[in-house]
Design a protein around this ligand. Structure first.
Ligand SMILES: Cc1ncc(COP(=O)(O)O)c(C=O)c1O
Length: 466
């Protein structure tokens, strides 16, 4: 379909969008206050229709444009899309087990340090690759790893650290990166809840940058002499992951991405995403390597078609171009989304600031500028409040709540009987499992909604409100 011939379709989409009724006025106790949601409109719908009219369907021009724009946002050379944040974690962690990494590859039975207070699919790829998660405790104020617990978790088979920036709050990157550099460990940052969060190393800290080891230098880190600046989280480790499920900072319905500083890691990640194939041709292309019928790999005969040569135990985790089109349009909104999330977080913090005798309110990690996913709250023991009672009260008043995902993963049914290590009691993790919840800060929430949510919490606590 030529560009001009699409004009009536675009006009029809624009007219349909314009005809949609605006949301009615906020009605306290009637209008829901969701924890998360998507903000999409005419640009996303138009982009998805363009992609549908292309008829290409699988990853195509919109995906190419989105991957390039996403990588540029992070200041990284490589971003590849996958069909969820969970798939992104599976691809990122599996990448580190690739035989292509030689002696640097992680092996089954090796240990990977992580936390138990979080989302299961940050950790599941460790189990799925037959490695051993080593769970350390988190800080009660930031909900991120307690870096003072790292040394106690180290063992002879420790090979990597895999961590999420919890609810958008960056973990202590200075401490974690320094630990990884000192012990030559891989680092994977799960940024599924943290798109737009930034972090600045403290003055005087070594600015370690990830590198790939070579035959004569096994180092996974190199000290950088570039001037230190605040950077996006996701640009500190060897690999990073994103989710584009509608609850997240931008959406494509279902989707995710894997980010990296290095082409070799990107190629391995792509291979895991694309059936495990050795060939790296884009969809619809042939012979990108220039020797499609000239390889000899495995025990295959020389010249066996590179397109059907498999280097990894792979998956198919690709997205469609309609999904990429939606996310590409969302990129225009991303700076505004991040700003709105920060503003909403600050608003809730101000409205609850005199409740800190009963509620522990969250703290941004030192040196960070979070792009918050939610507003976490922990009920203090002195409050003598049952969390279920408070959550039910809020739900009855149409204020949605969520727990900090799995709470404590080692207490979930599916981890029972699995092999993992817990070097020290997970005191704060258990506390989070029992007493923490979070409410929304997403851009679709209005000041009225935030005030109402804070007021309902205050009312339950017996506090006055205006
Ligand atoms: C920290 C974290 N990692 C991974 C995921 C998984 O993302 P997805 O739902 O896209 O699979 C989530 C989901 O919310 C998450 O919060």
């Amino acid at each position: 379909m030529s560009d001009a011939s699409r004009a009536p379709v675009r006009e029809a989409v624009a007219a349909w969008c314009a005809a949609q009724p605006a949301p009615g006025p906020f009605q306290p106790g009637v209008t829901p206050v969701p924890v998360s949601g998507k903000v999409i409109g005419e640009p996303e719908r138009l982009a998805m229709v363009e992609a549908a009219l292309d008829g290409w369907l699988t990853t195509g021009r919109f995906n190419e444009a989105f991957e390039a724009r996403l990588a540029a946002w992070f200041g990284l050379p490589h971003a590849i899309t996958v069909n969820s944040g969970s798939s992104a974690n599976l691809v990122a962690v599996s990448t580190l087990f690739s035989p292509r990494l030689g002696a640097a590859a992680i092996c089954p039975g090796d240990e990977i340090i992580t936390v138990a207070a979080g989302f299961p699919t940050t950790v599941n790829p460790i189990f799925q690759n037959s490695a051993v998660p080593v769970f350390v405790d988190v800080r009660p104020d930031t909900y991120d790893i307690d870096p003072t617990a790292l040394d106690g978790a180290l063992g002879p088979r420790t090979r990597a650290v895999v961590l999420a920036h919890t609810l958008g709050n960056p973990f202590d990157l200075a401490a974690v990166v320094d630990f990884c550099a000192r012990h030559n460990l891989w680092l994977v940052e799960d940024c599924c809840d943290a798109l737009g969060s930034r972090y600045r190393l403290p003055d005087g800290a070594t600015d370690w940058r990830p590198r790939l080891p070579s035959a004569d230098d096994p180092s996974l880190w190199a000290a950088s002499d570039q001037p230190q600046a605040e950077r996006h989280v996701g640009s500190f480790g060897h690999l990073a992951t994103l989710s584009f499920y509608p609850a997240h900072h931008i959406t494509m319905g279902e989707g995710g991405a894997v980010l990296s500083f290095d082409l070799a890691l990107r190629r391995i990640a792509e291979s895991f995403r694309d059936w495990g194939r050795d060939c790296w041709c884009a969809t619809g292309c042939d012979n990108t390597c220039g020797k499609r019928f000239d390889w000899q790999l495995g025990e295959l005969p020389r010249g066996y078609d590179h397109k059907y040569t498999y280097a990894h135990l792979g998956y198919n985790l690709k997205i469609s171009d309609m999904q990429a089109a939606c996310a590409l349009a969302q990129m225009d909104r991303l700076p505004g989304f991040v700003e709105a999330r920060r503003r909403n977080f600050d608003h809730l913090a101000a409205r609850l600031s005199d409740c800190t005798d009963l509620l522990a309110l969250p703290a941004a990690t030192a040196g960070s500028t979070p792009s918050w996913f939610g507003y976490p709250i922990t009920i203090r023991p002195e409050a003598a409040i049952n969390r279920v009672d408070l959550l039910q009260w809020l739900e009855q008043h149409r204020v949605a709540t969520r727990l900090l995902f799995a709470g404590n993963l080692v207490r979930q049914p599916y981890t029972q009987g699995r092999t993992f290590r817990v070097p020290a009691p997970l005191v704060h993790t258990d506390r989070i499992m029992n007493d923490t919840f979070w409410i929304g800060v997403w851009p679709g929430l209005t000041t009225e909604m935030l005030d109402y949510a804070a007021d309902q919490i205050r009312l339950f606590l017996g506090r006055d409100f205006d």
